[in-house]
Design a protein around this ligand. Structure first.
Ligand code: NDP
Ligand code: PYR
Ligand code: MG
Length: 422
């Protein structure tokens, strides 16, 4: 077994299985404590919540509890391996929510026979939570599922692979283009993949200034263009007249490659045919569309990012979802709207340009990190993410009328330790 495989299995198995546990937040040492926590005292908040459902936020953990829910149909880039196999990833998302934003998570893996069964299941349990993070659900079903749940639930419902990925990709792409001396409005962009992540990423960058006619989306059957008759409505939004048919056709002269598809699908030849200072976001997990080693060996002017933690420029939704939910929960937003997403992308993009604190450099091997080809986007360990992104999201929620609480007294948060000092 490879070192990483052995270490990863050991990490998950020992000293106890999994990565998360439930912790107590109140005293439980005495009979008196138990008579408050459970019978008879627990009856008092029950009566209060029955009288006024909003009081669930006051007397239970609802307001800081997010459900991470999957059906296991698109686990990372590993494919449809079923709900149980998705559990390590969902627990992993729980780790990130807690570590970076102080948010409690129940991971829920749903064995559903249809999108409607999944929707019904999630709807029925949604009252337990302050928010719902949908994860690793394949396209096109994910679009219908998310839309229905947003309509039916009065808490934020957010498909992370769509919007978390889009926010982080947009931030990284705008910064990488700036470093390359290019602009989003002129960039020729190839997106390999036309699923949950790809469709949402391309929609967000169009809303931030990219031109639809400059985007070539490529699925497993080739370039998405007007003569295709096999496109679902989501792919069809990106069809335009073009003589390009293959990934190789699309890459010729392109400024940007975004991979949201699967492993090793971008060849050295394809990369060679791109324009000067090509930007390559090979975001498939765990194995990117092209390895950074091959990309750098192929061209010395490439600006390279992956979704992984072990290379520079990690374009991964971990830079988004913990902080976006933190901001949304803290103003009790009813939904996460487009303005909140754009605010998050802009906050992330701007943070990359600020001087990087020494503790962040130390967590990544000690070398000085500075805005440039090897540092286009902040690192997940940067404590300023919660300060800036959660603040931007909360303010956007307030400004657009989806917040039901005022700007929090403890904002902007200086660290995750500030969360309950409100
Ligand atoms: N770095 C990050 O933060 C994130 C990365 N991702 C990565 O993006 C990838 C897709 O995830 P997601 O969108 O959720 O999954 P989906 O199942 O929704 O979409 C997968 C897409 O990949 C396409 N695809 C698969 N094989 C090929 C191929 N050989 N050539 C061209 N296209 C191909 C599929 O094409 P078709 O439509 O023809 O079937 C489909 O459009 C995964 O690898 C995942 O790890 C996802 C979210 C976040
Ligand atoms: C990062 C992530 O959510 C994915 O690869 O699916
Ligand atoms: Mg995912």
């Amino acid at each position: 077994m490879s070192d990483l495989k052995t270490a990863a299995l050991e990490y998950h198995a020992h000293p106890r299985p999994g990565k998360l546990s439930v912790e107590l937040t109140k005293a439980t040492a005495t009979a008196r404590d138990l008579s408050l926590a459970y019978s008879p005292g627990v009856a008092e908040p029950v009566r209060e919540i029955a009288r006024d459902p909003e009081l669930a936020y006051k007397y239970t953990g609802k307001g800081n509890l997010v459900a991470v829910i999957s059906d296991g149909t698109a686990i990372l880039g590993l494919g449809n391996l079923g709900p149980l196999a998705s559990k390590p990833v969902m627990e992993g998302k729980g780790v990130l929510f807690k570590r970076f934003a102080g948010i409690d998570v129940f991971d829920i893996e749903v064995d559903s026979e249809s999108p409607q069964a999944f929707i019904d299941t999630v709807k029925r349990i949604s009252i337990t939570f302050g928010g719902i993070n949908l994860e690793d659900i394949k396209a096109p079903e994910c679009f219908e599922i998310e839309k229905a749940l947003i309509e039916q639930c009065d808490i934020p419902v957010f498909h992370d692979d769509q919007h978390g990925t889009a926010i982080v990709t947009a931030a990284g792409m705008i910064n990488a283009l700036e470093i390359a001396g290019k602009t989003l409005s002129d960039a020729k962009i190839v997106c390999l993949g036309a699923g949950a992540a790809a469709i949402s990423c391309m929609k967000l960058i169009v809303s931030m200034g990219a031109k639809l006619e400059n985007i070539y989306m490529v699925d497993s059957k080739g370039v998405i263009q007007s003569e295709r008759t096999d496109l679902n409505q989501y792919k069809a939004m990106f069809a335009h007249p073009s003589s390009k048919r293959t990934l190789a056709d699309a890459l010729d002269g392109a400024d940007v490659f975004v991979g949201l598809s699967g492993p090793n699908l971008l060849s050295a030849e394809g990369l060679k045919s791109m324009a000067a200072n090509p930007i390559v976001f090979a975001c498939s997990n765990p194995d990117p569309e092209i390895s950074p080693e091959l990309a750098h060996a192929t061209r010395n002017d490439v600006i390279m990012a992956t979704g992984r933690s072990d290379y520079p420029n990690q374009v991964n939704n971990v830079l988004g979802f913990p902080f976006i939910f933190r901001g949304a929960l803290d103003v009790r937003a009813k939904r996460i709207n487009e303005e909140m997403k754009v605010a998050a992308a802009n906050a992330l993009r701007e943070l990359a340009k600020l001087p990087v604190p020494q503790d962040v450099c130390d967590a990544y091997g000690g070398a000085k990190l500075e805005f440039g080809r090897e540092y286009i986007i902040p690192k997940p360990m940067d404590k300023r993410l919660i300060t800036l992104i959660s603040d931007a999201v909360a303010k956007a929620a307030i400004e657009t009328g989806v917040a039901t609480l005022p700007y929090p007294k403890n904002y902007p948060l200086q660290s995750v330790d500030d969360v309950f000092n409100g």
